[in-house]
Design a protein around this ligand. Structure first.
Ligand code: UTP
Length: 295
């Protein structure tokens, strides 16, 4: 089965409260925290564009996001006058990634609610969801693989990673069955942040989804769950258990590098890892770190 509809739209929710990063995120979304020299969300927007998605929608509850992806004539002119070509290009590049549309999620009522806010813009087409604080290594093509699986199955597709079983209660967890002859799996059920002993597997849901538009109707009916938030996982669970058009959830198990920048420790690891790979100062940073660790 295929939906026959190409995937062109990406929804990048960025309207969470970011409480783990307070007070830094009091007046700025956590997706705007810099990872070396780009806000986290710019990596995610670049990934969507690289995967061929041309219509991007993000949750706006703070102006900095919109300003970052917009032109900044005053700054551009100042850099031009200084002859600072490289910085001028980097500033202009961010405003050329679009078109990016913005929708306001009035209240942070959960990821499921954030996705539901995109319903009108997305319409009746399968679409991608990329969490703005979850970075996937630029060398990987996870999203492209997921879009292919969506087109092949006609259902919804989630990305999974294997985690240490002791860590599973920090994630959504999937119970899966292998699909013969395919490199994706069938998702039988999903459970949000299970207790370690109750987890059906060590496969954790990460922040990339390719969803059938049937998810919108289900989200409308989904009651607030864990944390009094409308959980995307609960809607996916309904799709996984359902039959008929748009049902069925599949998983792609991702083995590459990924960084969760919404958590302080993994944010710092992301910054250090990506900085240490930069040609301009990576070697200097590593030399300094060795000395720092030994001191
Ligand atoms: P998180 O689970 O990381 O929650 O959201 P959070 O509120 O942003 O952060 P903490 O836990 O309080 O520190 C996962 C993704 O869903 C988005 C977030 O911006 C993030 O990209 N989100 C979450 C929304 O857009 N709206 C919401 O109501 C909740």
């Amino acid at each position: 089965m295929t939906t026959g509809k190409a995937i062109t739209k990406a929804v990048i929710p960025a309207a969470g409260l970011g409480t783990r990063f307070l007070p830094a995120t009091k007046a700025m979304p956590k997706e705007m925290l810099p990872v070396v020299d780009r806000p986290a969300i710019q990596y995610v927007v670049e990934e969507a564009v690289k995967s061929g998605l041309t219509d991007l929608l993000t949750g706006r509850n703070k102006r900095s996001l919109e300003d970052h992806f917009d032109r900044e004539p005053g700054l551009e002119r100042a850099l031009e006058l200084k002859g600072d070509k490289d910085r001028l290009e980097s500033v202009q590049y961010a405003s050329e990634l679009g078109p990016i549309h913005y929708v306001r999620q009035g209240e942070a009522k959960g990821l499921g609610h954030a996705v539901l806010c995109a319903a009108q813009h997305v319409g009746d087409e399968p679409f991608a969801v990329l969490l703005g604080d979850d970075l996937i290594d630029e060398a990987e093509d996870l999203l492209t693989t997921m879009m292919e699986v969506q087109q092949k199955t006609g259902g919804s597709v989630i990305a999974l990673i294997e985690v240490d079983p002791a860590q599973i209660s920090a994630y959504g967890c999937a119970d899966i069955t292998a699909v013969e002859g395919e490199d994706y799996v069938r998702v039988n059920s999903l459970v949000e942040k299970p207790a370690v002993g109750d987890a059906p597997s060590n496969l954790a849901v990460i922040g990339r989804y390719v969803l059938h538009p049937a998810v919108f109707g289900i989200l409308e009916e989904t009651e607030p769950g864990r944390g009094n938030e409308i959980q995307l996982t609960d809607a996916l669970q309904t799709l996984a258990a359902g039959e008929g058009e748009g049902s069925g959830v599949y998983g792609v198990v991702f083995k590459g590098r990924r960084f969760d920048t919404g958590d302080k420790l993994s944010y710092l690891k992301a910054v250090i890892t990506l900085a240490s790979e930069r040609v301009e100062f990576g070697e200097d940073l590593k030399t300094w770190m060795k000395g720092f660790v030994n001191s």
